[in-house]
Design a protein around this ligand. Structure first.
Ligand code: PEP
Ligand code: MN
Length: 289
């Protein structure tokens, strides 16, 4: 890759070491509550953008699990553009996530935004999400590294792939190799979608790092109707998993409704994805009866 790695003697000292594919050609499998990310199976993480209530979370979790999702997503601490927008249920959201994990057996991924909250979120979650807005927060990267928890690291919305890999390097430098990278769309001049999903990132990242790479077409497009198309493309291009927002009543969602699939829409998408995975020698968890 171009960038700091290939520019001279100083770069050789400050370049990527631990995330580099050469340091581990076989690739890393990150295990989250018994689910293996980075192997043959494409792992689908799904759930609401934000945890809103016990009923909402349980209904969504049961539905996505039935369709083949194996990890539940749901934000308890939400990074919102406006300080007046719903900020998440916070501690109560963490309790609800844990309760739903007990009910369904689904491992939980949820965002942590603040170094002071890493311990608390780790006590409730199975995987810590570092969101796009915090990919450059080096103290947070170090803290999630020290936690030893699996980390879902989302690409900063204006981050180059070098910067993204260096962010992961911060986590690994703390002795924590359990990092999954997530492409979630980048800002571009085009206003027809919320972001531009950069699927170039998948083969490039997989070529340069041993870490698993997943794709979030919900934030990558901002439109629920586009999510199935980009999910298929992500699987075809070699993603190790998908992160999908699902809401039982998207019109009334407290966050990211326009990009959230309904449970039925999610189920239909999952059925369409399986033949795509099979075509490239992979699989996706089966639907439950
Ligand atoms: C999210 O996953 O709901 C989220 C806030 O994502 P991002 O950090 O990619 O915007
Ligand atoms: Mn969201």
């Amino acid at each position: 890759m171009t960038g700091p790695r290939s520019s001279g003697a100083v770069a050789a000292e400050t370049g990527l070491r631990l995330v580099d594919r050469e340091s581990k050609p076989s690739g890393t499998i990150v295990e989250v509550g018994g689910v293996r990310i980075g192997g043959r199976t494409v792992v689908v993480m799904a759930g609401p953008c934000a945890v809103e209530s016990r009923e909402q979370l349980l209904a969504t979790a049961t539905a996505v699990q039935k369709s083949g999702a194996t990890i539940l997503r749901g934000g308890a601490f939400k990074p919102r553009t406006s300080p007046y927008a719903f900020q998440g249920l916070k501690e109560e959201g963490l309790e609800l996530l844990e309760w739903v994990r007990c009910e369904t057996g689904l491992p939980i991924v949820t965002e942590v935004m603040d170094t002071r909250k890493v311990e608390e979120v780790s006590a409730h979650a199975d995987m810590l999400q570092v969101g796009s807005r915090h990919m450059h927060s080096y103290p947070l990267l170090e803290e999630v590294g020290k936690s030893g928890m699996p980390v879902l690291l989302k690409r900063g919305m204006s981050a180059t792939l070098d910067e993204f890999l260096f962010a992961a390097e911060y986590v690994l430098k703390q002795g924590n190799e359990r990092v999954v990278l997530c492409e979630r769309g980048i800002r571009s001049f085009d206003q027809s979608t919320r972001n531009t999903l950069d699927l170039n990132a998948v083969p490039i990242l997989k070529r340069h790092t041993h870490l698993p790479v997943i794709v979030d077409p919900s934030h990558g497009t901002g439109h629920a109707w586009m999510v199935p198309f980009l999910s298929r493309a992500a699987v075809a291009v070699g993603a190790d998993g998908l992160l999908i927002e699902v809401h039982c009543d998207p019109e009334h969602a407290l966050s990211d409704g326009p990009q959230s699939l309904t449970p039925d829409g999610f189920d239909a998408m999952m059925q369409e994805l399986r033949p795509v995975a099979t075509a490239i020698g992979r699989d996706i968890s089966a639907r439950r009866r």
